[in-house]
Design a protein. Structure first.
Length: 127
């Protein structure tokens, strides 16, 4: 593959492995979709990538390397309690019925609350 600022030229050789990014827009261009559709797709992709970058920066401040934390990654999660890990390890997750799964989650949540005693936890709320 040869990439220029405005287009990608696909080589005729197939190589094993995965690509480092998506080429859907270029495939659509090669398939003959209208130029206006391709341009709009590029606009949407650019906005999406910007939003993703902003969200990543919000969720992991300093991940882009512009943080004053001397290269050390901030800790986002506290270690799970041994009791919680043991309950997860002992659970037969492949064979749990829905009600049993809900009960397990409730039990894990209670166990976690009792053991963290006010520690800040970044766990998603269940709805």
């Amino acid at each position: 593959m040869k990439e220029t600022p405005n287009e990608i030229i696909f080589l005729r050789r197939v190589e094993p492995g995965s690509a480092d990014k998506s080429y859907g827009i270029e495939v659509a261009r090669l398939a003959g979709l209208p130029k206006s559709v391709i341009e709009r797709a590029r606009e949407v992709l650019k906005k999406h990538e910007q939003s993703e970058h902003q969200l990543s920066e919000t969720l992991t401040p300093g991940a882009s390397g512009h943080s004053p934390n001397n290269g050390n990654q901030a800790v986002l999660f506290t270690a799970l309690d041994r009791a919680v890990l043991e309950k997860l390890r002992n659970a037969d997750l492949d064979n749990l019925k829905p009600l049993e799964a809900l009960n397990l989650l409730s039990d894990l949540k209670k166990t976690n609350r009792m053991t963290t005693q006010g520690e800040l936890m970044f766990l998603p709320k269940m709805r």
